[in-house]
Design a protein around this ligand. Structure first.
Ligand SMILES: Nc1nc2c(ncn2[C@@H]2O[C@H](COP(=O)(O)OP(=O)(O)O)[C@@H](O)[C@H]2O)c(=O)[nH]1
Ligand SMILES: [Mg+2]
Ligand SMILES: [Zn+2]
Length: 218
């Protein structure tokens, strides 16, 4: 018999915590979404609109990641949901260990829980770290420029959906949302793109249906 030497791929600490998070989420029949986008893209404003729309169907929780301040957690706490702020003191992304520990403290229901993690505003490294989420969601605003999916492809390769925000501003800008879509599709042809205005509420209903459909697997 041939003697084949086998090496085991030891998971990094981050991957180990991400795995524990996935187990916790699965036991609790809860979905967790990792919301990634530039500072100011409109991630918090989107959650302020989306969560009340999902209310009644899902129990929503938010883990807010920021370098400093509890501003975003304070905005979302007004929705009367359980929100926790994770302050990174300089780190530009959230790691899986912090997420696991924060998640363990939430009173997740046994079914229908939905956790939104607003990652630190950054188009680069949050996409590189698995935090045990069910999916990454890219938030891109129409003011950022149509070439951003081409310049920051990893996020668009990894994401389960793109939310193109601030579409109420399109009439005031020299942009074309079809160019955003074309560039997103160059990176990831099957990625769903939702055009949304958190200011006016356009597109929120479609997005709500997509988030609800994520629970069909349970
Ligand atoms: N016109 C318009 N402004 C928006 C929209 N969403 C967010 N903003 C504004 O964009 C700025 C940044 O929003 P915020 O939610 O804090 O972005 P975050 O840093 O990605 O969480 C704020 O001044 C918001 O009022 C939108 O849909 N339309
Ligand atoms: Mg924010
Ligand atoms: Zn980072």
């Amino acid at each position: 018999m041939m003697n084949i030497k086998v090496y085991k791929n030891i998971l990094s600490a981050n991957e180990e915590w991400a795995k524990k998070t996935r187990e916790l989420l699965s036991n609790k029949k809860t979905l967790m979404w990792n919301i990634i986008g530039s500072p100011g893209a409109g991630k918090t404003a989107l959650l302020e609109r989306l969560i009340p729309a999902l209310d009644g169907r899902l129990s929503c929780f938010v883990l807010e990641g920021d370098v400093e301040t509890t501003n975003d957690a304070e905005r979302l706490a007004r929705l009367n949901i359980d929100v926790r702020q994770i302050i990174t003191h300089g780190a530009c992304h959230l790691g899986a260990e912090t997420i696991y520990k924060a998640l363990s403290e939430l009173a997740l229901p046994g079914d229908g829980g939905c956790v939104f993690v607003e990652n630190v505003g950054n188009l680069v490294c949050p996409s590189e770290f698995d935090i045990g989420e069910n999916g990454k969601i890219a938030v891109l605003s129409v003011t950022e420029g149509e070439d951003k999916p081409l310049k920051y492809p990893l996020l668009f390769r990894e994401a389960k959906a793109v939310i193109l925000t601030k579409i109420d501003l399109v009439p005031h800008l020299d942009v074309d949302t079809t160019v955003y879509r074309t560039n997103i599709q160059k990176i990831n042809a099957k990625l769903p793109v939702f055009e949304v205005s958190a200011r006016r509420g356009e597109g929120i209903e479609n997005l709500k249906q997509w988030f609800l459909s994520g629970f069909e697997k349970y």
